[in-house]
Design a protein around this ligand. Structure first.
Ligand code: SF4
Length: 333
């Protein structure tokens, strides 16, 4: 059964101010928040297609600080979503993203009463200097407090982090991952910073006072982060910004690639293979892997084959059902 989100963007609604990196109108392409009637119409319209394709969907309110939007408007949106969940079996729940300083027991009770199934906290970093430099207006302790309350409420917890913000370092990103793990999130999203026009980061970048991490550095870092979360049984549900808008038009720098996850997963495979080959003599080898893993083992434009070749390991990749990664000398095949 396929699963997806039907994303409903409420650009910047509920946000007390604009964070240094954020322009939701560019990222989402949404210029104005929808009315509850528009949400109902969208969900009714999508239901037959989802059902026909055998797809289950969560209704996702993204792009603003959902728990801080005006209460009347919030309840109208929640009612539209919860009515759709009751009416159409293809909708399995409701999720939202919000700020860590906009979570209280009272709001969690209200969200639960409408059937909210998951809340994603935009934590971005667990380093207070990075949070301050990027005008987040909350601390790492706010993230810890909000995460604890969400866990206690029984609603699924998602945490979102960014890499390469102003004053960020790879070590601070790895620290953020360690701190996330202590909060036991169900899911994590990792967003490398994209520097956009008309943002504080954009101005700092244009003045030469800031540049984000480079592409390769970010791929390497995200491959480490992915391994850390996966080895702690935490699902990484997004790697790299998803843009419904025209991000290339407003992007000044930073890291964006539509196939970013594939590139990172491929790098993670290269790291795992390199570690195993380091214990073997140079020579010709076959790597066996499952069909869906083959492109990750080979890498974009055969980059993993070339990287291993440069280390003295000439490999061919062969399909073997159910195999993650198995290595054998070529003469034994
Ligand atoms: S990062 Fe989140 S809180 Fe900050 S402006 Fe964007 S949507 Fe609002």
């Amino acid at each position: 059964m396929k699963r997806t989100n039907i994303s409903i963007f409420i650009p910047h609604i509920g946000c007390p101010h604009r964070c240094s990196f954020c322009d939701q109108r560019t990222i989402s392409g949404a210029q104005k928040p929808p009315t509850a009637d528009e949400v109902s119409a969208l969900l009714c319209g999508q239901a037959p297609h989802l059902t026909e394709n055998g797809t289950l969907a969560q209704i996702a309110f993204f792009g603003g600080s959902f728990t801080a939007i005006p209460r009347g408007y919030m309840e109208e949106l929640l009612k539209a979503a919860s009515d759709a969940v009751k009416r159409f079996p293809c909708y399995t729940g409701i999720r939202c993203s919000t700020r860590p300083d906009c979570i209280s027991e009272e709001i969690l009770e209200l969200l639960a009463s409408y059937g909210m199934t998951a809340i994603e906290l935009g934590a971005q970093s667990m380093n207070d200097e990075v949070l301050k430099a990027n005008e987040r207006g909350h601390t790492a302790d706010d993230v810890r407090r909000a995460a604890r309350l969400i866990r206690q409420s029984g609603i699924e917890l998602g945490l979102q982090m960014m890499t390469g913000l102003y004053k960020d370092t790879p070590e601070r990103c790895l620290y953020t991952a360690d701190e996330f793990i202590k909060l036991s999130p169900d899911t994590v999203r990792i967003y490398p910073t994209v520097i956009l026009k008309n943002t504080t980061l954009g101005s700092l970048y244009e003045k030469g006072e800031y540049k984000s991490f480079g592409f390769d550095e970010t791929v390497e870092l995200c491959a480490k982060l992915l391994s850390i979360f996966e080895s702690n049984n935490i699902q990484v549900i997004r790697l790299g910004l998803h843009s419904s808008g025209d991000i290339s038009r407003d992007m000044l720098g930073g890291v964006y690639h539509p196939a970013f996850r594939e590139i990172v997963e491929s790098r993670a495979v290269l790291r795992a293979l390199t570690e195993r080959f380091n214990a073997l003599p140079n020579g010709n080898y076959a790597v066996f892997t499952d069909k869906r893993n083959i492109s990750r083992v080979i890498g974009q434009k055969r980059c993993n084959i070339r990287a291993l070749g440069a280390l003295g390991y000439n490999i061919i990749v062969k399909e073997r059902e159910g195999e993650t990664l198995d290595i054998a000398p070529q003469k034994e095949i």
